[in-house]
Design a protein around this ligand. Structure first.
Ligand SMILES: [Mn+2]
Length: 324
């Protein structure tokens, strides 16, 4: 990690009296964990952070210390806001529609998505670290800022959820050292695992059953995909956030190198999630359609032509798999 750049970010963070912490739409464990982790540290330093994420907190991550601090996006920011910080968010648009009309620029971007173009005044993007929670951990270490048990719990949650419980590529000795230090500082691995992985709601489980019935295996059993249709939500009672982790069902099958999930939106759009556990770089597939992410996990959104675009993505996967 770039020490000089990190120091600039530390200085900028330290000088803000009313920092605004932001993360991406359709937030996950790393989005909530990063925002709340940084909020705890800044509060401890006597600063007054505000946390905004589109839609506010979701039930699954209510166990995070300080969960009530997360508010839905306002149409305008309070005037006293003196530093806007975007966490874990690969593009400016993914901060949410409402943020696009805010006049204030983004001061700091802290992220680990390789596709992040750097839309802030200061941009710390570290693709070698598998979660933004891990990037923040390094920042706090360099700054010698005390990591409280509450902050440790939030940062650890980001690390465990973005690495699929320390299983994905990108999990290395450094990641595990960071996780171990966070446990020493007060994060409880089994309690966090229970909340993140062993507390699926009945609605989410019903959605998973519907989705797993749609499985299609192709490319010589090297790829598999799942489909979500708009009426699945009504049938199961689940919400859109309940799709998190659902792609694991296909991705975990022996020999399947690329897993994909196609969600047909009620407005005619299409949301695509891609995972790779082999040689295929799904970030480059996603990028060729205007999406992005990481080598092993990426996403795309299409505004229309859902079926046609699904077929184009499936063809791109077949081509990527057939490359020697
Ligand atoms: Mn992340």
């Amino acid at each position: 990690m770039d020490k000089a750049l990190t120091q600039k970010i530390i200085d900028r963070l330290a000088s803000a009296q009313h920092p605004v912490l932001l993360a991406h739409i359709r937030p996950d464990g790393d989005a909530f964990g990063s925002v709340l982790g940084l909020a705890h540290i800044l509060k401890e330093r006597g600063q007054n952070p505000t946390c905004y994420i589109e839609g506010g907190m979701i039930p699954m991550y209510r166990f995070l210390p300080g969960a009530d601090l997360v508010q839905d996006l306002p149409s305008q920011l309070p005037e006293k806001s003196d530093c806007l910080i975007a966490l874990d968010t690969s593009t400016r648009e993914r901060l949410g529609q409402k943020t696009l009309s805010w006049p204030q620029p983004i001061d700091i971007v802290i992220d680990h998505h390789i596709s992040n173009p750097g839309y802030g005044k200061l941009n710390l993007i570290v693709p070698e670290i598998p979660a933004t929670g891990g990037v923040l951990f390094e920042i706090f270490q360099q700054a010698a800022w005390k990591i409280t048990p509450a902050a440790a719990t939030c940062l650890y949650t980001g690390l465990t959820t973005d690495t699929g419980s320390f299983r994905y590529r990108g999990t290395d000795a450094h990641t595990l050292h960071a996780a171990a230090t966070l446990v020493e500082l007060g994060a409880d691995p089994s309690e966090i695992a229970k909340q993140c992985y062993l507390s699926i709601t009945h609605e989410r489980h019903a959605l998973r059953r519907l989705v797993s019935d749609t499985i299609s295996i192709k490319d010589n059993k090297k790829s598999a995909f799942l489909t979500i249709l708009p009426d699945f939500y009504k049938k199961s009672g689940a919400k859109s956030e309940d799709t998190e982790g659902i792609i694991e069902d296909v991705f975990s099958i022996q020999g399947v190198e690329v897993g994909s999930l196609f969600e047909f939106m009620p407005d005619g759009g299409l949301r695509v999630s891609l995972r790779s556990k082999g040689k295929v770089d799904v970030n480059s597939i996603a990028s060729s359609f205007g999406g992005g992410g990481h080598k092993a996990a990426a996403g795309i959104r299409f505004a229309k032509d859902a079926e046609k675009n699904r077929d184009l993505v499936l063809t791109a996967i077949t081509q990527a798999l057939s490359k020697p």
